[in-house]
Design a binder for this molecule. Structure first.
Ligand code: ZN
Ligand code: ZN
Ligand code: ZN
Length: 375
């Protein structure tokens, strides 16, 4: 992810996002937000530095003051070109000066600030040294829903990323699987994602046979054999927004049991999707999918949450998990991805990205959900 996000967002969009962030920070009892380079800064300002370095870059947001981006002098021309730059004040600092002392002048010396999760410890320690009376909270924990509700332009970008991932699946199902290594198919998948417009591939899971029973298996040297179930789970960023989809294919004709387990996961995925509507709790999506699998006696084989949000990253709040009682809101976008994992044998996972609409949900992945047979 280099340079600025190639997204159709204006300075006004970024001004609105920063205002929303300041409002939510105040509601959370924070004096403001401190945002280092990463997904939060990209979303708030459209600025993604070419490299994250030991030199401090930090967005300072606080009520009743204009947003300030503290930036190294040599990075300032790049920052000035960011879509959100007209909505903020740049304050540059040169090598040899203390950027933490300069930032301290912008902060309440006794304030509690939300700070982005990926801020380097180096920088947080520098701020604490400059202002020992300040305290800090995780930005994501304090404002978990900050980026969760997408606007129409963001939804269009997520749909386009989903469409590109679908195009990659339509093509990967035609390549030979049997006799090739998982890592070969994974390389094909990565190339397809890039060909269909992704700028970054985050993961290409190809898990054949018993490897499919491990949801964290990426892709290895296993040679895919006739008779293998193969879990495919892949995604990345296209035009700054994420894709993430899973399909489980079978090499040749499956057994009755393999078909039964696949149909079960498909039914669970459908139940999760149907639970998506405004006002339902996030955990309701998890419960709906999980109930189908538990009723079939496979509850202990569904060993992860049902879904996660997606946006400028491929994993973010909201989480579709037991205990997450916050309501679904139109514009939220997340995965619905139940699975069944039979240790030592095989696994099945089916995953679509779903956007919450005014009265339900809309899938952003639309390839076949019945079992695809590959060669
Ligand atoms: Zn089989
Ligand atoms: Zn996935
Ligand atoms: Zn996922």
């Amino acid at each position: 992810m280099n340079g600025t996000t190639p997204a159709p967002f204006t300075a006004d969009d970024h001004r609105d996002r920063m205002a929303r962030a300041v409002r939510q920070a105040a509601e959370a009892g924070l004096a403001g937000l401190l945002v280092a380079p990463g997904p939060d800064l990209t979303w708030l300002t459209g600025y993604t530095p070419t490299a994250e370095t030991e030199r401090l870059t930090l967005l300072v947001l606080a009520p009743e003051r204009d947003p300030v981006l503290v930036v190294p002098t040599l990075e300032a021309p790049d920052a000035e070109r960011a879509p959100g730059a007209p909505a903020l004040t740049l304050r540059d600092w040169t090598d040899g000066k203390d950027p933490y002392a300069a930032t301290a002048t912008l902060l309440d010396p006794a304030g509690r600030y939300g700070i982005s999760d990926n801020t380097w410890a180096l920088h947080l320690l520098g701020l604490q040294r400059a202002l020992p009376g300040t305290s800090y909270a995780s930005l994501t924990e304090a404002l978990p829903m900050l980026r969760a509700v997408k606007d129409p332009a963001e939804l269009a970008l997520l749909a386009a990323a989903g469409g590109a991932a679908d195009a990659a699946f339509e093509e990967i199902r035609t390549v030979p699987f049997a006799g090739r290594r998982e890592s070969d198919v994974a390389a094909d998948l990565a190339a397809l994602l890039l060909r269909y417009g992704h700028s970054r591939v985050d993961f290409t899971i190809v898990a054949a046979g018993p490897n499919g029973a491990d949801p964290h298996h990426e892709a290895g040297d296993r040679v895919i054999a006739h008779g293998d179930m193969v879990v495919l789970d892949f995604g990345g960023l296209k035009d700054g927004y994420g894709s993430d989809t899973s399909r489980t294919v079978h090499v040749g004709e499956p057994t009755d049991e393999e078909r039964r387990v696949h149909d079960l996961v498909r039914a669970a995925q459908e139940a999760g999707f149907r639970a998506v509507r405004p006002g339902a709790a996030c955990q309701d999506v998890d419960r709906a999918a999980r109930a189908v699998i538990a009723d079939a006696g496979h509850g202990e084989h569904f060993i992860h949450r049902t879904g996660h949000g997606i946006g400028v990253t491929t994993h973010e709040p909201p989480y579709m998990v037991e205990g997450e009682e916050r309501p679904l809101v139109p514009g939220m976008c997340f995965s619905v991805e139940p699975g069944v994992y039979l240790p030592g044998r095989f696994g099945v996972r089916i995953e679509d990205i779903v956007a919450v609409t005014g009265d339900g949900g809309r899938r952003l992945n639309n390839t076949a959900r019945d079992m695809v047979i590959v060669d």
